[in-house]
Design a protein around this ligand. Structure first.
Ligand SMILES: [Zn+2]
Ligand SMILES: [Zn+2]
Length: 556
């Protein structure tokens, strides 16, 4: 059992809890699941279960590891109506929508749902509407095609756990390729390149992984549909061509078409599987033999990167080592699981120079938002902890709610005393785009605001974002110098790389990256997040987190 498998059953429990309306407990399961996925070592025995997880979750994980069972999930499955559970299994289905469909429209099966869409009942119902119909149509289509999409975080952590498992089972070399390696936000399969060890390679793969069926098997390739309908594809390559196979299997399709043309013009042949027969260790080497500059996987889209590479003028993209701190972290003052001191210690191991503590503010009651009195108390604590040890410095911050009228939860007097002000909208899902845009614009015009958090408010698999005119938001951010956040919490990934590009085109100068960590395990999420920044072609200078402490103070 891999970490990802454990995380998946914890997330199943989250979904069932959401159907029961137990939002608070559901969020604890979600936070725990994400940190299990993001662990850097496999949980193979109950000794290794991180202590920062709540006691009940540690017991659940122990049970899952020792027995393969999960009592809580079993109980929830008995309690939650079967019809709801059937609907929930549709890919991309939001628990909130399942509950609505079940209780307000008596829909409790897939056939009921398709009929309701056909009859126009969803569209005509004021509570559902056209937007929801589109979402449901997409879910049905994915269901009928038997495919499931994963978020980048899931693809990345699942891919890593498979690679780690296969290595322990005797595979000599395995690398993640495909859209996960390119950092695409939604992926529908996970590609790997595996070093060939004769017939043994495929045997190890088949014996080590649990799957529903083999989709295709030939001498140098095998693909499996796993038990959750996720397609895993393995290209098996010989040593001299491993790197060339990596380029081919990372894609994208359009990138490959251009690479093949260039290779053929230089006289290289193609393998049956489609990759160029260019020998050499390391992709840099292969690109060089094609007369090209190495192209980072995240920007291989068959667009301008090819010509820039041929002219050796690709930009130098941001790297993980450039990040000097996490700029969105919660503690147990609001809805986080760890203390200020624990965050500071863990961040030290990440070699960070600073970490922004950005707990929620008072009007976000569900997340135990801080009143100004508690915020001032927290600021005192931070000063004290910062005096104990110099680095990393905890920045006194807040994730401040934007009110209906565009004002913020704290007045200027408090805001002026904070080092780092992140403003955010966690409501407004029933408001119009004009209303939401007006609130945000007014918040971004406050001179103390440094960052606008998760700008679209969308949550993958949970709900759509609020209605908002993003172009207007970007325009104002360009003018006021407020940074747009790239929030790495797995269900958010907000902004996406596509929207970062759009923001840059509209003149937005600064971006800020935060894991939105709610426990110390989430600090690891920076690793996968870098892909999103690189995919958006961001350079070191575009991202606030690359400033050193002194420069950051000047920026703020
Ligand atoms: Zn938030
Ligand atoms: Zn947050």
């Amino acid at each position: 059992m891999t970490n990802w498998n454990i995380a998946c059953v914890l997330l199943d429990a989250r979904d069932l809890l959401l159907l029961k309306g137990e939002k608070f407990l559901a969020s604890i399961y979600e936070k725990s699941a994400y940190s299990v996925s993001a662990l850097e070592f496999p949980l193979s025995s109950s000794y290794e279960i991180p202590l920062f997880l709540p006691q009940n979750i540690r017991e659940d994980i122990r049970e899952i590891l020792n027995t393969g069972n999960f009592t809580l999930k079993g109980n929830l499955e008995k309690e939650v109506p079967k019809g709801m559970q059937v609907l929930l299994r549709l890919p991309g289905m939001y628990p909130e929508n399942v509950a609505k469909l079940y209780t307000r429209a008596d829909i409790d099966s897939v056939s009921d749902l398709s009929k309701a869409i056909r009859d126009g009942r969803i569209r005509k119902n004021r509570e559902f509407g056209l937007r929801m119909e589109e979402q449901l149509r997409k879910s049905l289509l994915l269901y009928q095609n038997n495919t499931r999409e994963l978020t980048l975080f899931d693809g990345y952590t699942y891919g890593n756990s498979i690679a780690a498992l296969l290595k322990t089972k005797g595979v000599k070399r395995i690398e993640i390729a495909g859209s996960v390696r390119r950092g695409k936000e939604q992926v529908n399969n996970i590609n790997f390149v595996v070093l060939s060890d004769g017939e043994k390679t495929k045997e190890i793969i088949k014996k080590s992984l649990s799957y529903k069926r083999i989709e295709k098997e030939v001498d140098d390739y095998i693909s499996l549909k796993d038990k959750r309908n996720i397609l895993l594809k393995f290209l098996i390559a010989d040593e001299p061509y491993f790197s060339s196979a990596m380029i081919y299997y990372t894609g994208s399709k359009m990138h490959n078409i251009r690479i093949k043309e260039i290779g053929k013009a230089k006289g290289f042949e193609c393998a049956r599987r489609g990759y160029l027969l260019v020998q050499g260790e390391g992709e840099e080497n292969v690109y060089e033999k094609l007369g090209m500059q190495y192209i980072p996987p995240e920007i291989r889209e068959g667009e301008e990167e090819i010509d820039l590479s041929l002219r050796f003028s690709l930009p130098f993209l941001i790297q993980e080592e450039d990040i000097r701190g996490d700029l969105h972290v919660h503690t147990n003052f609001s809805d986080g699981m760890n203390s200020l001191r624990e965050i500071k210690e863990e961040s030290f191991f990440h070699k960070y120079e600073y970490v922004a503590i950005t707990d929620h503010s008072s009007s976000l009651k569900i997340a135990n938002g801080l009143s100004s009195k508690r915020l001032l108390k927290q600021m005192e604590f931070i000063d004290r902890i910062n005096r104990e040890r110099d680095f990393p410095v905890l920045l006194k911050g807040s994730e401040v709610e934007i009110h209906k009228d565009g004002s913020l939860d704290f007045g200027d007097e408090i805001l002026s005393r904070l080092d780092f002000v992140v403003c955010a909208l966690h409501s407004g899902f029933d408001s119009s785009a004009a209303e939401n845009t007006a609130k945000i614009v007014s918040a971004l015009s406050n001179k103390f605001v440094d960052v606008f958090a998760h700008p679209t408010g969308k949550m993958v698999d949970v709900r759509q974002g609020y209605a908002v005119n993003l172009s207007k938001v970007f325009e104002v951010a360009a003018k006021t110098g407020v940074a747009m956040e790239i929030n790495l919490f797995p269900k958010r990934m907000d902004l996406s790389s596509g929207l970062v590009k759009q923001a840059r085109r509209m003149g937005v100068k600064y971006f800020s990256v935060g894991t939105d960590a709610h426990n110390i395990g989430h600090l690891n999420m920076m690793g996968y997040g870098i892909k999103i920044l690189r995919r958006a072609w961001l350079k070191k200078g575009d991202v606030v987190n690359t400033l050193n402490f002194k420069e950051l103070k000047e920026f703020l």
